[in-house]
Write a protein that binds this ligand. Structure first.
Ligand SMILES: Cc1cc2nc3c(=O)[nH]c(=O)nc-3n(C[C@H](O)[C@H](O)[C@H](O)COP(=O)(O)OP(=O)(O)OC[C@H]3O[C@@H](n4cnc5c(N)ncnc54)[C@H](O)[C@@H]3O)c2cc1C
Length: 464
């Protein structure tokens, strides 16, 4: 047994430490395709055990990668440098629900949807709702600053985190709160992808459930006209709580899987959700329908029951899984453009995909200008892999060329770290590197992530 394994077992007990290759395989990948075995995986039950793991890692010179549910789409939880994976599967409790102040304190392994389920009886919910909310953890959501369909109106994860407890690089427990005087360190940790510290508890804001909700479906001849309608709705001063687009490839796949009632003859479907006072629903729906029809909508209808609304959303959120019917593999791109640029960028995406003889399905948070082309491929065919890599990077470049950025919600992780240089200068990267070094001078937390490989510690420091 290695010294590392022996020390971890002494600290956490044998049932919380895995070192056999067949067990480690479970911790070697996420929803991105990379796959590397760590030296050990540990499943701590409390913050004290996390501090011990961080100290042992420092003494043994091992990197540490925090892992939530492993649904990340950019290789963030992949232990690319080996070392210790810290899984939060056992730290998944709701510690406190404070309904009077609309706050909750939770452990990072808690599944996103479980929080809204637990607070629904008090008329409250946790607003950030990634499509993966049935399986992804709050710790992973915080580390990636997760988005979701309802973030159009409610804001992304960072708007709902009020405080954090984390274990720093010395193995000390630190708490930070939004109300602390001075720098907003909770804000710095949100979206830091496990590179600054290991989050061990989270204080979140809860939101009041709206009195009434209405979900409507509009159809269009193509994705471009649906995208144009999204800008026109918001330009008219109306902000629904969600504006999502699915193209024909996606609606075909989700209908086969869910039978939710999405029309099959349209080039694109726009899913609109409005929420607020019951008395306002008819007027809000009529105002949006008017704009959408003026943009060439072929049809408009409102779901009639809660069951129908739930099914429409289940199908939308299950789109990535439903795509499994069409191809053995898919690569999902995640980038953002100013909303008004959606029609031109969506046209360009079509061209890129056609040039590479690939098939694409588009399902995206249109209200946020957040594109998600799903490039379908078969990983057993080397030609496909090359085509997907090239098309993916051309789509990214197109978004940048149109004033956009390279990730809307999935993060940078391992996948996009080389692309960060497309957006930031060496000076910018050096500044970010200095922030990282304040938190974690040895760069033991999640190495190989976010920063381009060329910007190694020394180069980043030298550039500063
Ligand atoms: C079908 C599908 C749909 C998705 N839809 C969306 C969507 O709509 N919006 C969206 O934003 N994302 C979406 N995602 C991506 C993914 O679900 C999110 O990135 C999610 O936030 C990751 O959570 P996780 O618990 O799976 O984290 P993991 O994948 O385990 O980890 C993600 C990152 O968080 C870090 N991390 C995890 N826990 C901690 C901790 N306690 N402390 C410090 N760092 C930590 C990891 O090191 C890693 O860098 C989707 C993924 C899938 C597969």
């Amino acid at each position: 047994m290695s010294v590392l394994a022996e020390r971890l077992i002494n600290a956490l007990g044998a049932d919380a430490v895995h070192t056999e290759p067949e067990d480690l395989a479970v911790y070697s990948f996420d929803a991105y395709s990379e796959d590397r075995l760590p030296s050990a995986a540990v499943v701590p039950k409390d913050v004290r055990e996390v501090t011990q793991v961080v100290r042992i890692a420092a003494e043994c010179g091992e990197p540490i990668v925090a892992r939530g549910a492993g649904t990340g789409l950019c290789g963030g939880a992949v232990p690319t440098h080996g070392g210790i994976v810290v899984s939060f599967a056992r730290m998944n409790r709701i510690l406190e629900i404070d309904t009077r102040n609309r706050r909750a304190k939770v452990e990072p392994g808690l599944i996103n949807l479980d929080l809204s389920r637990a607070t629904a009886r008090d008329g409250l919910f946790y607003a950030p709702d990634p499509a993966s909310q049935k399986v992804s953890s709050l710790g992973g959501n915080i580390a990636t600053n997760a988005g979701g369909p309802h973030c159009l109106s409610y804001g992304t994860t960072t708007n709902h985190v009020v405080g954090l407890e984390y274990v720093d690089s010395r193995g000390e427990v630190v708490t930070v709160h939004q109300d602390d005087p001075g720098y907003d360190l909770a804000g710095v940790l949100v979206g830091s992808e496990g590179t600054l510290g290991i989050v061990t508890s989270i204080d979140v804001r809860l939101t009041r459930l709206p009195e009434a909700v209405r979900v409507c479906v509009a159809t269009f001849g193509d994705v471009e006209s649906a995208s144009e309608a999204v800008s026109q709705v918001i330009g008219a001063g109306i902000v629904p709580i969600a504006l999502e687009i699915m193209d024909k490839v996606i609606t075909g796949a989700v209908e086969a899987a869910f039978k939710a009632g999405y029309p099959q003859d349209a080039g694109a479907v726009l899913l609109v959700e409005i929420a607020g006072l019951a008395d306002d629903m008819d007027a809000s729906e009529a105002a949006i329908a008017k704009v959408v029809r003026a943009c060439g909508a072929l049809s408009w209808r409102a779901a009639r029951s809660q069951a129908e609304r739930d099914l429409l959303w289940a199908a939308r959120k299950g789109a990535a899984g439903a795509i499994g019917r069409l191809a053995p593999n898919y690569y999902i791109q995640d980038c953002v453009v100013p909303r008004t640029k959606l029609p031109v960028v969506m046209r360009k995406v079509e061209e890129i995909v056609r040039d590479h003889q690939l098939q694409v399905g588009n399902v995206f948070h249109a209200g946020d200008g957040n594109l998600h082309p799903l490039l379908l491929f078969d990983r057993s065919r080397p030609r496909d892999i090359q085509a997907v890599i090239e098309a993916g990077s051309q789509i990214l470049q197109t978004c940048i060329d149109h004033g956009g950025t390279i990730s809307g919600e999935h993060g940078i992780g391992y996948e996009k770290r080389e692309s960060l240089g497309l957006l930031f200068s060496a000076d910018d990267l050096a500044t970010m590197g200095r922030v990282r070094d304040v938190f974690d001078p040895a760069r033991r937390f999640n190495p190989d992530k976010i920063f381009p490989s060329s910007a190694s510690c020394n180069e980043v420091r030298a550039a500063s």
